[in-house]
Write a protein that binds this ligand. Structure first.
Ligand SMILES: [Zn+2]
Ligand SMILES: [Zn+2]
Length: 161
C-alpha cells in the first residue's frame, strides 16, 4: 500500500461512523466501536441532564419558585402548568419534547416568556386534571351528607339494575 494515494490509504484503515453517533455515515479513523458508543451515550446523557436542570431552573426563576396554588416551595415538587389547561394540545404538537424544552427553545427564538404558564407543585398540577381548578380552590361540602356512601350490594344493584 506504500504507493496508494492518501485517500485510498485512509479508506483502508477508516471505518464508517455508525447510526446514532454524530457524523453518522462518514468515515473516521477513530474506532467507533460499542465501547465508544456507550461512552458517547453516557456523556450525552450527562450533558442533557445538566442542560435540563439549567433549563428548568431558568423557567422556575421566571415563573416563580413557589406553587401558585398551595405555596409549596420545595424545588423537587415544582413543575410548570398551563393556566388554561391546554397542555394536551401543546403536547400533541411537540411529541418528543417536554414543556421545559419547548419553552426554552421558544424563549431563545422569540425572547418572549408566554404568560399562560405558572408554577404549580405536582400535587396541584395533577389535581387540576380532575377539574378546572385544584381541589384546594374548590368549596368543601360542609354537610357530611353531601358524600353518599354505597354498600357493595347497592353498587351492584346500580350497575345491573
Ligand atoms: Zn401546590
Ligand atoms: Zn392546589
Amino acid at each position: 500500500m506504500a504507493d496508494a494515494a492518501p485517500a485510498e490509504r485512509l479508506k483502508a484503515v477508516a471505518t464508517r461512523i455508525p447510526a446514532g453517533a454524530p457524523g453518522a455515515g462518514q468515515f473516521t479513523c477513530i474506532p467507533h466501536d460499542d465501547a465508544w458508543l456507550a461512552r458517547h451515550k453516557a456523556k450525552r446523557a450527562a450533558s442533557n441532564a445538566v442542560w435540563n436542570q439549567r433549563a428548568r431552573n431558568a423557567c422556575l426563576n421566571h415563573y416563580g419558585r413557589v406553587c401558585a396554588c398551595c405555596g409549596e416551595t420545595d424545588m423537587r415538587f415544582l413543575t410548570l402548568d398551563h393556566v388554561n389547561g391546554d397542555g394536551n394540545a401543546q403536547r400533541k404538537t411537540h411529541t418528543s419534547l417536554n414543556l421545559v424544552q419547548v419553552l426554552v427553545k421558544q424563549v431563545r427564538e422569540t425572547g418572549i416568556w408566554p404568560n399562560d404558564l405558572q408554577t404549580l407543585c405536582y400535587n396541584c398540577n395533577m389535581a387540576k386534571r380532575t377539574g378546572p381548578v385544584c381541589p384546594h380552590k374548590r368549596p368543601v361540602p360542609d354537610e357530611p351528607d353531601a358524600i353518599v356512601l354505597f354498600t357493595i350490594e347497592e353498587v351492584l344493584e346500580l350497575c345491573h339494575g
